[in-house]
Design a protein around this ligand. Sequence first.
Ligand code: ZN
Length: 340
Amino acid sequence: MNASALRFGTLLAALVVGGCRATPAPKPVAAPLVRPQPAPIGRSIVICGERHDIEAPVVLWTDKDGYDAYSTELRFPQTPPKEPIVGLRYQPGRRAPAESADKPGRLAALAGDPRCRDEVRALVDQFVVHYDVCGTSAQCFKVLHDRRKLSVHFMLDIDGVLYQTMDVSDTAWHASQANGRSIGIEIANIGAYKPDAATTLDEWYPRDEFGPRIALPAWMKDGGVRTPGFVGRPARPERIVGPIHGVDYAMHDLTPQQYETLGKLVAKLCEELPRIRPDAPRDAQGKVRTDALSPEEFAAFSGLVGHHHITVNKQDPGPAFDWERLLADVRARRKSAPAP
Ligand SMILES: [Zn+2]
């Protein structure tokens, strides 16, 4: 409705209410300030169809401009893959360990059923942390969904906006043997490189007077990042070098916005799904391990794991991922949370 129609409507309403009595002329309507705003953003994640507020920005797969792992359509049809990809990108439901892998899990028919949460609580005991090597969540979804026929429950963009692509009661395809028992997150970060071959990091993180900042390549434009004009900086300005599987890699840290949302998400998941313990695999000295777990250790571990804890072929979430910062934040949030 435009302004003159609105005024006409007001006048008409006044005439109807006031009958034929003389009515004062309607006050002039102030012209609205036209300011394009990003679409409204939620704050809740979804577990078995129920929303849980995490007090951080969340875009669901059902939201406009969200990323829907249930869809078998291309999310970015303007850039189709060379070979067509058909079929599901995920496994409906969760399987108990003894169930057959080629059938939907026992949770598949329980959406909206109160038993769903009990089942998820019984079957899910790991949270798997990945970096996406794509740089932004939009690019990550294009690669995972449109190109590789894979999925992940959450994507965390550089501005701290969390995207949930599917309910955690369904199984995402992100971490091989951990899929059935885990919830996965892909964190936007260009990844880790051998220290003497880190030109990607030089290009991705040019320095200005305040230190390194994320500079997306021109072809990505805004990279689908929802915060207009967002300037992303690593939480620690220095490039972090450290070993994964005994080999040194260099990497830049996540943004503070990513750590904040991640802490809130993990605290909520640990609360709702308490078999996910707020800790990561540690060595004899108490440090978070940088290698892979043995099959027996993997089977026995409940909590947060990096992709590299699951397979020797992966380095993510890399040496700059600050496990202790995240875990301390999660424990603090759990402590201050009101008792259930
Ligand atoms: Zn990974």
